[in-house]
Ligand binder design. Structure first.
Ligand code: FES
Length: 174
């Protein structure tokens, strides 16, 4: 009698083993499917977000008259400063320090941007006054149509130093 039970056990074992093998394959498949689903979910919203950002990247700053000469206005949306220079020209400056990327606040009293991280300073045109920043603040393209200033924040324009041809002037009224 005990031999029969043993025989039965050995017959049942391969079935149990193959059942466990199939179970592992199924669980592995489920895990792989979940991984793929998570990867898609992670990538998809980023693509949509990127498209949304492109659509929102042209920022209407306002009418030319609303900015007084020698002033700097911060724009949270777009993360830039609009500098109205003494001669009425405009520059859209990135708020990212060209040293290691800290945000640079505008210090109204001192008429300069002062980086809190390592002490770099920039003038109203974004030019370096104090190192270690290696070059001027990046700028963004500006268009002025019907006296309305628009800033294209899609791509910062890198530059070493300020040049007059970087300034955008409103069209003179005839
Ligand atoms: S990040 Fe601005 S000075 Fe270093």
């Amino acid at each position: 009698m005990p031999t029969k039970t043993k025989e039965k056990k050995s017959e049942a074992e391969p079935t149990r083993r193959s059942f466990l093998n199939i179970l592992w394959i199924i669980l592995g498949g489920v895990a792989l499917a979940e991984f793929i689903a998570v990867a898609f979910a992670f990538l998809r919203p980023r693509k949509l977000k990127a498209r949304g950002e492109n659509a929102d990247s042209i920022i209407t700053a306002g009418a030319v008259e609303s900015f007084r000469p020698n002033s700097v206005t911060a724009f949270v949306r777009g993360k830039f400063y609009l500098a109205c220079l003494e001669d009425g020209g405009f520059l859209a400056l990135s708020r990212t320090c060209t040293h290691l990327g800290c945000s640079v606040p505008w210090i109204e009293k001192e008429l300069k941007f002062a980086c809190p991280c390592h002490g770099s300073a920039f003038d109203i045109t974004g030019n370096v006054i104090d190192a270690p920043a290696p070059r001027a603040l990046d700028i963004y393209a500006i268009t002025i149509e019907n006296n309305i200033i628009k800033v294209d924040t899609r791509e910062p324009i890198k530059r070493n130093t300020f040049r007059v041809d970087q300034v955008t002037y409103p069209k003179k009224k005839v």
